[in-house]
Design a protein. Structure first.
Length: 143
């Protein structure tokens, strides 16, 4: 089993170049894509053959896999989107907020709460209440 498959948060996508990261972003957004579709989706894209070479590197690093679709190959990430998201959030929190999820959340909300509408604020309040209740039950030996 590779580190990417095991879900090791220290390994996936750490050793990616800027272009490799852009390709992975396209693949996560679309689910799967051909080299031409990836090339079209990334800003200031390199040549088709350069994107194809980068895709080969990602195959070798075991970040992507492919399937044949007629005359073309469709590439997709090997690591599930949810695991990649969890890994990316963990890297962000650890790198910029010293591991503090609370600091990350406060920063994401900003001073004015950004563009949060009342329904979103209510949803956040409900989730915080749920977490408080869950934590409170765990401390008293109840589930």
């Amino acid at each position: 089993m590779t580190p990417a498959e095991s879900g090791d948060p220290k390994r996936p996508h750490v050793h990616l170049s800027r272009r490799e990261r852009q390709i992975m972003d396209v693949l996560y957004a679309r689910g799967e894509a051909s080299v031409a579709e990836v090339q079209e989706a990334i800003p200031d894209a390199p040549s088709y053959s350069a994107v194809r070479a980068l895709m080969q590197k990602l195959l070798e690093k075991e970040h992507v896999e492919f399937r044949e679709d007629g005359p073309r190959y469709l590439y997709r990430p090997k690591l599930q989107k949810e695991k990649a998201l969890r890994n990316a959030v963990n890297r962000l929190v650890n790198t910029f907020f010293g591991g503090s999820r609370a600091d990350a959340l406060v920063n994401l909300l900003g001073e004015s709460g950004g563009d949060l509408d009342p329904a979103t604020i209510t949803r956040l309040e409900e989730e915080l209440t749920r977490l408080k209740n869950k934590r409170g039950k765990g401390r008293h030996g109840r589930d």
